[in-house]
Design a protein around this ligand. Structure first.
Ligand code: NI
Length: 229
């Protein structure tokens, strides 16, 4: 059983069948919606979709406190290595790698490439999505921050659970997220990247209505139970 916990915005912790503890897009201490502090996070792996502060700000501190392996784009990893993080694995768009818990592919996301951090001025990257293949019926797609893109059609039939931004303004909004669901065809959708700030206020129940029969919409609330799959 894989156990997925939502910590608000785009931040998740995931425990896989083999007991690996994965953090995705660590944004804890400045996240108005989170239920835990970065110092309390336990991790074996840290995955970041991109370098914006609200997906990356706590990555280095958690990497230091846990010695978890940091995984991200080549440029993001070059930056964290420049900050003294040695346990790190670079990837890039379109590439896959077998980790102990399963295979992960970096997918296309259309968004900004700045990396936020001290001394990061010389580093920019392509933002990404992440497709975790944890076994049959356990293929988890974290879309990262992205616009709706036709490239999502390439994911058709390859995703069981999709974590999809609905906030609008910085990423796709609810209507485009519904089109993304049509492109991808997941069984379960979890809305993310909404209600953190006024720019991205959305009603997840309205989103559920828009999705209709296309997929089950799981509205996760930090601290109020895990999603198991
Ligand atoms: Ni972003």
């Amino acid at each position: 059983m894989a156990i997925l916990d939502y910590h608000g915005h785009s931040t998740f912790t995931l425990t896989t069948d083999d007991g690996s503890r994965i953090v995705i897009d660590p944004f804890f201490d400045e996240n108005p919606w989170t239920d835990i502090s970065a110092v309390d996070v336990e991790a074996d792996f840290i995955f970041c979709t991109h370098g914006h502060e609200d997906h990356f700000v706590d990555a280095i501190s958690i990497a230091r406190s846990t010695n978890a392996m940091m995984v991200g784009s080549f440029e993001l990893i070059a930056y964290v290595q420049s900050q003294g993080i040695e346990n790190a694995h670079p990837m890039h768009i379109g590439g896959s790698w077998d980790f102990p818990f399963g295979r992960v592919k970096m997918t296309i996301a259309h968004h900004g490439g700045m990396i936020a951090g001290a001394g990061a001025e010389g580093f920019t990257t392509s933002p990404a999505g992440l497709l975790f293949d944890l076994g049959p019926n356990k293929r988890l797609y974290h879309a990262g921050d992205t616009a709706l893109t036709l490239d999502m059609q390439l994911l058709k039939g390859k995703v069981d659970v999709a974590l999809i931004p609905i906030g609008d303004n910085f990423t796709m909004g609810p209507e485009d997220a519904v089109t993304a669901i049509d492109f991808i065809g997941p069984s379960v959708v979890v809305p993310i990247h909404y209600n953190t700030w006024p720019y991205i206020e959305q009603d997840p129940e309205e989103f559920r209505s828009l999705v209709g029969e296309r997929a089950i919409v799981e509205i996760l609330v930090p601290g109020q139970g895990s999603y198991e799959f």
